[in-house]
Design a protein around this ligand. Structure first.
Ligand SMILES: [Fe+2]
Length: 187
């Protein structure tokens, strides 16, 4: 299993776009938060987080929905990442039709789209702070079709359902988990 530092270097190697790098860090923070609250040991928390960090590894080079996730997963397999991580990366893109099975698969999916949406909501707050985002304001923004229109609303809801949480609870937890690295990503 490569180290977290090696994983971050890999992310930077494949993704020059700062937004994609930040997105990886945010999804990592979300998955880490869930892993800690699940009571996972430190090694598992780190490994699960790395799946979040690297889930979009191939996106900058291969944004095509038919390839995205599969190329990154193959690369991670070659580099010796555990099958759990590889599967979570491969199954996060619905277009590939790979069923999500493990808790980690579901967590990566649930944290993925929501991070981008939470950032967009945070930037609309006067404070521009993630920690000020509340579930009610997220729901309100979801109803506004013009707002962050690239984010499919049904995926946000499906993510919470896959991890067995009420949507508001998922939002509240994610705000808490992502706030840990807010300053690192400029929020
Ligand atoms: Fe993503």
């Amino acid at each position: 299993m490569p180290t977290r530092a090696e994983a971050l270097a890999l992310l930077h190697d494949w993704n020059v776009n700062p937004s994609l790098r930040k997105h990886g860090l945010l999804v990592e923070a979300g998955v880490n938060g869930y892993a800690v609250d699940d009571g996972q040991d430190n090694a598992t928390v780190e490994m699960w987080g790395i799946a979040g960090l690297l889930h979009d590894l191939d996106y900058e080079r291969f944004p095509d929905p038919a390839a995205h996730g599969a190329i990154g997963a193959d690369e991670l397999h070659e580099l010796g990442y555990p099958d759990e991580v590889v599967h979570a990366v491969r199954s996060h893109n619905d277009a590939l039709g790979i069923p999500r099975e493990s808790r980690l698969d579901h967590l990566v999916y649930a944290c993925d789209e929501l991070t981008g949406f939470l950032v967009a909501v945070a930037l609309m707050r006067p404070s521009r702070k993630l920690e000020d985002v509340e579930p009610a304001s997220v729901r309100k923004r979801m109803k506004d079709k013009a707002f962050a229109r690239a984010v499919p609303r049904e995926m946000l809801l499906a993510g919470a359902e896959e991890i067995g949480l009420d949507f508001d609870e998922h939002v509240a937890r994610m705000v808490r988990y992502l706030s840990v690295i807010a300053s690192e990503v400029g929020l």
